[in-house]
Design a protein around this ligand. Structure first.
Ligand SMILES: *[C@@H]1O[C@H](CO)[C@@H](O)[C@H](O)[C@H]1NC(C)=O
Ligand SMILES: *[C@@H]1O[C@H](CO)[C@@H](O)[C@H](O)[C@H]1NC(C)=O
Ligand SMILES: *[C@@H]1O[C@H](CO)[C@@H](O)[C@H](O)[C@H]1NC(C)=O
Ligand SMILES: *[C@@H]1O[C@H](CO)[C@@H](O)[C@H](O)[C@H]1NC(C)=O
Ligand SMILES: *[C@@H]1O[C@H](CO)[C@@H](O)[C@H](O)[C@H]1NC(C)=O
Length: 420
C-alpha cells in the first residue's frame, strides 16, 4: 500500500519489506538509512519520453511553447509565443531527458531513441533573442534555464553564455536599491514596486551569470532581494504572502496581498513551494545558514498544512468545498506539489540534521500527487494543476508541473534513491 499521510512523519509508515506487486501501483522499494521509501514507478514510465517527443513534434512553427492544457479541449496543450514566462520549461525538460538518458544509459525500452540534447538545443532557439527584448519582468530567471543546462554540457557555447548574461542583466536592471528588491511585475505607477514570492526562483540566474563574468554586483542583488523577502514576505508561522508592494523611493512596505491566492492573507501553495526551493538554492549558492533556516521554516509550514489525504491543495486556506469547480471539491495543484518535492529534495541534501525528514516528505508528496494526477491519455504528464483559480484556470496539466516531475525523477536517480 501507499505511504500514508504526512502525519506519520518523521517515522516512515511503510513496512520495510512491503511485498512488491500486491498493490495497484507498483513501487520501487529502496532502503535509505534503514527507512523504506517508495518511488512511484510512473516517474520512469515509457510514457514520459513518448509524450515529450510527441509534444516536441507538435510545436507550432514559428515556434510556440506549451504552457497548460486547454480547458476547452481537456488534456490538449495550449501553445504560447516565446515571450511568455513559461516558455523555457519545455526546452529545459528536453535537457532533463538528455540527463536521464545519461543516468539510465539508454531509454530504448520506451521505444523512443532520440538525441534529447539536440531536441533541447533546437527548442531553445526560439528564446535566444529574448534578453533585452521581452515583457517577462523577473521571470527572465525561468527563461534562462535551458541555457544554464547547455553550459553544463558545453561551457564554451557563446550563444548560451550571452543569453544567460543577458537575462541576468535584465533582472539586475529591475533592482530598486531603496527597497532592496528586484521588481517582479511591472505596473503603471513606477513608485510602486510589486514583488511576488515566486521571484525567489529567478535569483539563480544572477549567480549563473556571476560565475561566467565574475560580476559580484549580481550576487549582492540576489542576496539583498532574498534578505528583504525574509523580512516582509514571510509570516511568523512560516507561511508566505503572495505579493508585497514597496515604495521605490523610501522602501516602505505599501501593502501585502494576493494575486493568485484565495485571499489576501491566505497561503497560496505554489508560492510557498517556490519559496522552499528558492531559499534552499540560496543556501546552496551562499552557505548562509539564514537561508537554510528560512527554507526549513517554509517547508515545515507546507508539510504541516497538507491534509490527511496527502494532496497539496491549490491554496492552504481555500475551503474544502468549492462550488465553482466541477465536482465541488477544492482543487489540488500538482505543480505546487512537484515544485515542493524538488525543493524538499534539495533541502534534504543540504540539511544534515533533518535530511531524512525532508527526503521522505518529498517522496510522500510525489506518491500522492502521482496517484491523483497521472494522466496517460493527456498531452501533459500530470493533470490536477491549478494555473490560476481566480481566473478560473484549474484542473489542467502544466508545463512547469511536468518539468519538475521529470527533474525530481532525475535528482532521485542521481542520488541513488531510485532506479531507471
Ligand atoms: C539503443 O538503440 C540504438 C538504435 O536505435 C542502438 O544503436 C543503441 O545501441 C541502443 N542502446 C542500448 C544501450 O541498447
Ligand atoms: C549553443 O546553445 C544554443 C542555445 O542553447 C543552441 O541552440 C545551440 O545549438 C548550441 N550550439 C552548439 C554548437 O551546440
Ligand atoms: C555588473 O553588473 C551590473 C548589473 O548588471 C552592471 O551594472 C555593472 O556594470 C556590471 N559590472 C561590470 C564590471 O561589468
Ligand atoms: C504612485 O504610488 C505612490 C505610492 O503609493 C503614490 O504616493 C502616488 O500618488 C502614486 N502616483 C500616482 C500617479 O497614482
Ligand atoms: C483531479 O482531477 C480530476 C479531473 O481530471 C477531478 O475530477 C478531481 O476532482 C481532481 N481532484 C482534485 C483534488 O483536484
Amino acid at each position: 500500500m501507499a505511504i500514508k499521510g504526512l502525519h506519520s512523519l518523521p517515522t516512515p509508515s511503510l513496512p520495510a519489506m512491503a511485498p512488491i506487486g500486491t498493490v495497484s501501483t507498483m513501487f520501487i522499494l529502496l532502503n535509505f538509512i534503514s527507512q523504506a521509501i517508495a518511488v512511484p514507478s510512473e516517474l520512469y514510465s515509457p510514457l514520459v519520453p513518448q509524450k515529450l517527443l510527441r509534444t516536441f513534434n507538435s510545436l507550432p512553427k514559428p515556434i510556440q511553447y506549451p504552457q497548460y492544457t486547454d480547458s476547452s479541449r481537456p488534456g490538449k496543450w495550449a501553445f504560447f509565443v516565446p515571450d511568455t514566462w513559461t516558455s523555457a520549461f519545455f526546452p529545459t525538460t528536453l535537457y532533463e531527458m538528455d540527463r536521464r538518458r545519461t543516468l539510465c544509459k539508454t531509454l530504448n525500452a520506451s521505444g523512443v531513441d532520440v538525441d534529447w540534447l539536440q531536441l533541447g538545443r533546437s527548442a531553445s532557439q526560439g528564446l535566444v533573442s529574448l534578453p533585452g527584448h521581452n515583457t517577462q519582468g523577473h521571470d527572465v530567471g525561468f527563461l534562462s534555464f535551458p541555457f544554464v543546462e547547455e553550459l553544463k554540457r558545453n561551457p564554451g557555447n557563446q550563444t548560451a553564455i550571452n543569453t544567460v548574461n543577458g537575462f541576468a542583466r535584465d533582472l539586475a536592471k529591475r533592482f530598486i536599491p531603496a527597497a532592496g528588491v528586484t521588481r517582479s511585475w511591472d505596473n503603471d505607477n513606477q513608485t510602486v514596486v510589486r514583488v511576488i514570492i515566486d521571484n525567489m526562483m529567478n535569483l539563480d540566474v544572477l549567480f549563473s551569470s556571476a560565475e561566467l563574468t565574475g560580476n559580484q554586483t549580481l550576487v549582492q542583488i540576489a542576496k539583498t532581494h532574498a534578505d528583504t523577502t525574509i523580512k516582509n514576505h514571510i509570516r511568523a508561522d512560516g507561511s508566505t504572502w503572495h505579493v508585497v508592494e514597496y515604495d521605490a523611493d523610501t522602501g516602505a512596505v505599501l501593502s501585502k496581498h494576493t494575486a493568485q491566492g484565495f485571499s489576501d492573507d491566505s497561503t497560496w501553495s505554489r508560492g510557498q513551494a517556490w519559496g522552499i526551493y528558492g531559499y534552499a538554492q540560496m543556501y546552496s549558492r551562499t552557505g548562509n545558514p539564514t537561508y537554510l533556516e528560512t527554507s526549513r521554516r517554509l517547508a515545515t509550514y507546507f508539510l504541516s498544512h497538507i491534509p490527511s489525504d496527502g494532496i497539496v491543495p491549490w491554496d492552504f486556506d481555500a475551503p474544502l468545498k468549492d462550488p465553482k469547480v466541477p465536482g465541488g471539491v477544492r482543487p489540488a495543484d500538482s505543480s505546487a506539489a512537484t515544485i515542493a518535492t524538488n525543493g524538499l529534495l534539495l533541502l534534504g541534501s543540504l540539511d544534515e540534521e533533518d535530511a531524512d525528514k525532508w527526503t521522505s516528505a518529498a517522496l510522500e508528496i510525489l506518491d500522492h500527487i502521482t496517484e491523483l494526477a497521472w494522466k496517460p491519455e493527456w498531452d501533459s504528464l500530470l493533470s490536477n494543476g491549478t494555473v490560476n483559480w481566480p481566473s478560473n484556470n484549474y484542473l489542467t496539466g502544466t508545463v512547469y508541473g511536468d518539468h519538475y516531475f521529470v527533474k525530481v525523477g532525475n535528482d532521485l536517480l542521481e542520488r541513488g534513491l531510485a532506479h531507471c
